[in-house]
Design a protein around this ligand. Structure first.
Ligand code: ADQ
Length: 478
């Protein structure tokens, strides 16, 4: 008998959220009185009170973060330590004692609030790097529930982890879950390498990891999108998303403005392509990049850098009736985005590191199968593991990206269709409802952790070994 599902993530869906992850979890969470717990959009008193945001179609409960917690836990430890560390940017890590202190304190407080609503048979599914130590804190409160964790961003390498003030804590936090879900098999390999190098860990015959007295299974669950919904949005006729200013031929880039997305190199590569293009070709790069985490310096720096590069390239190449880079520094509504994807001859995803990258999947799903555009995809995005039919590029090599742009714009129809079919099969295989179902099925198969009041504990996870690959949201790492 399984009780309700409790989902914990930093962001809590709004009343009318229709993102893929929200939709995918809706059924599981609405049945048996499920609950979604997350941070309130407004800062407030850091007490142990959960505010009810709504009960339909499931309960949404929010905790408030104080202004100081927002600074230290969210912008600090989560986004200025863990985010750069997991995206191979140790140079951007900002270590401050108060960041770590408040990260742990928020996790302790959230654990107390989860404990207020959790019953013994409930499944608890925790999302992302904001809550790595949450299971450990819940176990300290004697919760023996099945707990699963899904990391949306890349799993760090051992070398990256050594940047942390207490690298051993990372493995200990993760070992308190029953199931660890990662995006790709490369992430699973890095996670297992971490456990292999840790004397406290022991490998079980089924590949699960015994750590202290707990057993944790590590598996990849590549996340995806709500494929049919995206196809529907892309096929729905509507006015041109550009109004009267539709470019003849354009390439699209859609990202949160984040240094991990490799946007400066994308602009430089487009500049190199413009230098070498046939004179009669005047494509545009439409880059949509809403600001993100602007209070962190690294994010302000990249904003200036991009404005500078776009300004320079437009200055060099523009004509009175042609602006090569159209850089839109805000969000675009989803149905419009789907129509933009469909009209774009190519999509540029040039992440230097990326857990999955849903834009790559959205672009493919939005294409017209008879006349599809081409996905140019960084080898360092998790999506590349399954989407081998994309034009794969090294995002550090601007010459290679420039050549891929030329190849995409000149690609014969038959090759475009073949590549589209290969990518679309991967997009279908990892549909977000499949992703959430397989994660929850694997979590249900785990045996709950035994929590003994003197602190000793143990569990067993018989079926969820690391080799069984599940195939795959749309809550994303903000
Ligand atoms: P993100 O880093 O935010 O997510 P991504 O996977 O590309 O990256 O998801 C972004 C989502 O936001 C997509 O659905 C996209 O359409 C939407 N979006 C981005 N820019 C937008 C804009 N200007 N207007 C409207 N919508 C926009 C994190 C990880 C990823 C992982 C996801 C899900 O960093 O690697 O794929 O979580 O696990």
């Amino acid at each position: 008998m399984t009780g309700k599902l409790i989902v914990v993530s930093n962001r809590i869906p709004g009343k009318t959220s229709s993102g893929g992850l929200v939709v995918a979890l809706q059924d599981a969470i609405s049945s048996n009185g499920g609950i979604w717990i997350g941070a309130h959009a407004d800062p407030g008193e850091p007490d142990d009170t959960l505010e009810e945001l709504g009960t339909e179609p499931y309960r949404r409960l929010a905790f408030h973060l104080s202004a100081e917690e927002l600074e230290n836990y969210y912008l600090g430890f989560a986004n200025s330590v863990l985010w750069p560390l997991c995206h191979r940017r140790g140079d951007l890590v900002q270590l401050r004692a108060e960041y770590e202190r408040d990260y742990l304190a928020v996790n302790r407080r959230v654990a107390r609030m989860v404990a207020q609503v959790a019953e013994p048979d409930d499944l608890i599914w925790i999302h992302d790097y904001h809550f790595l130590p949450l299971a450990e804190e819940l176990r300290k409160l004697h919760l023996s529930n099945r707990m699963g964790f899904f990391l949306h961003i890349p799993f760090p390498s051992l070398a990256d982890l050594s940047v942390l003030p207490d690298p051993d804590a990372f493995a200990h936090w993760l070992a308190q879950y029953n199931l660890l879900g990662l995006q790709t098999s490369a992430d699973v390999a890095r996670c297992l390498e971490m456990f292999r190098s840790d004397q406290r860990a022991e490998f079980m015959p089924n590949g699960s990891v015994k750590f202290d007295q707990n057993v944790v299974a590590v598996r990849s669950f590549p996340i995806g999108i709500d494929v049919d919904k995206l196809i529907h949005e892309a096929e729905t006729e509507g006015p041109s998303p550009f109004g009267r200013e539709e470019p003849e031929e354009f390439i699209i880039g859609v990202d949160r403005l984040d240094y991990s997305k490799g946007i400066p190199n994308r602009f430089r590569a487009f500049g190199e392509y413009l230098d070498s293009r046939p004179p009669d070709r005047r494509p545009c790069l439409v880059q949509i990049a809403p600001p993100s985490r602007e209070r962190v310096k690294a994010y302000r720096d990249i904003t200036f850098e991009l404005e500078e590069i776009a300004g320079r390239l437009n200055g060099e190449h523009a004509a009175l009736d042609w602006t090569p880079i159209r850089y839109i520094h805000r969000s675009v509504e989803r149905s419009r985005l789907a129509r933009l994807y469909r009209r774009a001859r190519a999509c540029l995803v040039t992440s230097l590191a990326d857990g999955m990258n849903l834009v790559a999947k959205e672009y493919i799903a939005a294409q017209d199968p008879e006349d599809p555009g081409v996905l140019i995809l960084s080898r360092f995005a998790g999506a590349a593991e399954d989407m081998q039919d994309a034009l794969l590029v090294n995002p550090y090599d601007t010459g290679e990206i420039a050549r891929a742009i030329a190849q995409a714009l000149d690609m014969p129809l038959a090759e475009r269709q073949r590549r589209y079919r290969g990518c679309m099969a991967a997009v279908r295989d990892t549909d977000v409802s499949q992703w959430s179902k397989s994660f929850l099925a694997a979590l249900r198969r785990c045996t709950p952790t035994l929590v003994v009041r003197n602190g000793a504990r143990g569990s067993a996870t018989p079926d969820a070994g690391p080799d069984q690959r599940a195939h795959s949201g749309d809550i994303y790492a903000e």
